[in-house]
Design a protein. Structure first.
Lengths: 77, 254
């Protein structure tokens, strides 16, 4: 396998990191929907807490994406 | 169009291009297109604020209502998160939020004519340097999110020093236990990293998806997807950036 192929493979593996963030965000959103259903009057607070949690969970996916991009753009085969 | 062609075109769109140089006391300062776009956003926001705040009256009327809604929104937003000491942080938060909201969604305004047209219209020579499709989000250049995130952390530290006073602020690094000191110091390095990378990665990801679409399927499909990637994602990231900055400031002054 050429160097370019290995770099492309490494970038692809890094993008898989995003699946963890997807699971985390979906669990958080599901719980938020549940909480809103149980206590509709607290919807505003739940929304801001969910957004905060999603933003923090999403960071891991973004790290994977950024590293994949660095691999592809900086290490040109 | 083969693969290599696509890759080359995409990479050319990604990097900030150097448009011209400013000569300042013998220093050659390169000016990239992201800086020019930031100047455009700044000029628009300054003119907008100037226009909205002429002739302020005790009883608001017309454009003053809009100004009061915008200012009131950021004031109540920062009061909600920070609490008692919200006052010094609200102007900074409002500025960053408005700047990011316009900077992230600026690619919507690409229908405006390019430099060649403006040159023919006005005869001003420097306008010819502006390329077509100039208005790409400046936050796709890592320098912009990093500087904003560092600025946010500086505001955090200044707020902590100013409101808590230096002694208690330094002591807060050792509370509740001295074991936590390295982690609290690391916080100040990790937080700007994650703040800037989140903004940069999201905007760049959305930008790459839209550019790929424009290069491969230029008809019909980009329009609905642009609503998500340009408008929704850009505004959401601006909101998240200021929300997290406020959250860190609230922690610094509590």
């Amino acid at each position: 396998m050429s160097t370019g192929g290995i770099i492309a493979l490494a970038a692809a593996i890094y993008v898989i990191v995003g699946s963890g963030a997807a699971i985390g965000i979906s669990i958080a959103t599901g719980k938020a929907a549940e909480a809103t259903g149980r206590q509709p009057e607290a919807a505003d607070k739940i929304r801001s807490v969910t957004l905060l949690g999603c933003a923090l969970a999403e960071a891991t996916a973004i790290y994977g994406f950024v590293i994949a991009l660095i691999l592809l753009l900086i290490y040109k085969a | 169009m083969n693969n290599l062609d696509l890759r080359e075109k995409l990479i050319e769109e990604l990097y900030a291009k150097e448009l011209f140089k400013i000569n300042l006391f013998g220093w050659e300062i390169p000016v990239t297109d992201t800086v020019v776009v930031m100047w455009i956003v700044m000029a628009f926001l300054i003119l907008f604020a100037f226009f909205l705040t002429r002739n302020l009256k005790p009883v608001p009327k017309g454009k003053q209502n809009l100004a009061e809604v915008i200012v009131g929104f950021f004031n109540s937003f920062s009061r909600e998160v920070i609490g008692h000491h919200w006052r010094p942080f609200a102007p900074y938060i409002g500025t960053v939020a408005l700047f990011l909201a316009f900077a992230n969604t600026i690619s919507l305004f690409n229908f405006l004519p390019g430099g060649e047209f403006l040159y023919r219209l006005t005869g001003l020579d420097f306008l010819r340097h502006l390329p077509e499709n100039l208005l790409k989000p400046p936050t796709r250049d890592i320098n912009v999110p990093v500087s904003l995130a560092v600025l946010s952390m500086v505001v955090c530290i200044m707020g902590g020093l100013g409101i808590k006073k230096p002694g208690p602020w330094l002591r807060s690094f050792f509370e509740p236990s001295i074991m936590l000191f390295p982690f609290k110091v690391l916080d100040y390095l990790i937080r700007p990293t994650s703040l800037s990378l989140r903004l940069f990665g999201n905007v760049l990801g959305a930008f790459i998806v839209m550019e790929l679409l424009y290069l491969t399927i230029p008809a019909f499909l980009p329009a609905p997807l642009s609503i998500y990637f340009d408008i929704f994602d850009g505004l959401l990231q601006a909101y998240i950036f200021v929300f997290l900055s406020l959250f860190y400031m609230a922690e610094a002054v509590e």
